[in-house]
Design a protein around this ligand. Structure first.
Ligand code: ZN
Length: 312
């Protein structure tokens, strides 16, 4: 059990980030990115998705990626499994954890997977059974837990109903996703407090930075008692139903903020920057991460060419 002054970072960039990249991120480059992340001290990496390649062509190389990465001891390698077919393929690989998902919003779930929430939960029960039988750890996402563009705010009861369903399936950990970046810190504290009072499952926070509230929401979740945080190297990614389509909070920004507050992450900032720089080079556009541009705060260095201006 980790102390209150440390957190676990779940790197989701290779899946949640790359999922929305239009250009194919070459297989050997995906493998290199994951291998770089594996040397950073991270203990959790979501590496890919077993979605049908027709739905998301980016993951058509899922088997090559699973076989090509250099697995390190002490790291839990996870993959998204949208359905029974995806689960069957995942179980032929050395994946440690299966991540499932369902929206808290009925409309978003229909748009996302063309099923009602109840239909999704029935289908996921089968996935969970197969995964547990194969000895895999299970993670469940509650997508649009804080609100959705179709239905607005989501009630705590909706979120709790899904968490209870996950608990009955044997899921170990549930991640509450602000998929479209609609959450605010006050709401984050209220939802996590309500959820954590009503479940014994591990609860993770998953924030997208569509409106610049990502790190503020992470801090709010930390204050509410959350100790597991999802983030994406370089802040890559975004969701097509989110206006602005912004990615997750950047792993290096989360690590920097937490470490500066004295909260231990176990993650080597410099190594994450190396991975983020590599991702940026491959994608070919400036990534949204802040600390990829600025580095960590240093008090004894100012640029020698800094002009004297009336900065405020
Ligand atoms: Zn996400």
């Amino acid at each position: 059990m980790k102390g209150s002054d440390s957190i676990t970072v779940v790197e989701v960039g290779p899946r949640d980030g790359l999922q929305y990249e239009k250009e194919f991120f070459e297989t050997d480059k995906k493998i290199k990115l994951i291998n770089l992340l594996s040397t950073s001290g991270l203990t959790r990496i979501e590496v890919t998705s077993f979605v049908h390649p027709k739905v998301i062509p980016q993951f058509r190389d899922v088997m090559e990626v699973m076989e090509g990465i250099k697995r390190r001891d002490g790291i839990l390698y996870s993959a998204l499994v949208p359905n029974v077919k995806g689960c069957q393929r995942a179980l032929t690989t050395a994946v440690d954890e299966l991540a499932m998902f369902v929206s808290a919003s009925e409309t978003h779930n229909r748009k996302n997977v063309n099923m009602s929430v109840d239909e999704s939960l029935i289908a996921l029960r089968e996935v969970a059974e197969m995964g547990l039988k194969a000895g895999k750890r299970l993670r469940g996402y509650v997508v649009t837990a804080f609100g959705c563009p179709y239905e607005g705010r989501i009630s705590v009861d909706h979120v709790l109903r899904i968490i209870r369903a996950y608990a009955e399936m044997g899921v170990s950990e549930v991640s509450l996703g602000d998929t479209t970046g609609m959450a605010n810190p006050k709401q984050v504290i209220e939802l996590f407090k309500a959820v954590m009072e009503n479940t014994s499952l591990d609860i993770a926070a998953h924030f997208h930075n569509s409106r610049g509230t990502g790190l503020a929401n992470a801090l709010a979740a930390y204050q509410a008692g959350v100790r597991i945080f999802d983030s994406s190297v370089g802040g890559i990614g975004g969701c097509p139903t989110a206006l602005g389509a912004m990615g997750n909070i950047a792993t290096e920004d989360l690590v920097n903020m937490m470490e500066e507050m004295g909260v231990h992450t176990g993650v080597d900032f410099a190594k994450i920057i190396e991975a983020a720089s590599f991702a940026q080079e491959v994608i070919g556009t400036e990534l949204p991460s802040y600390t990829l541009k600025t580095g960590q705060p240093r008090w004894n260095q100012v640029p020698t060419d800094a002009p004297e201006r009336n900065c405020s």
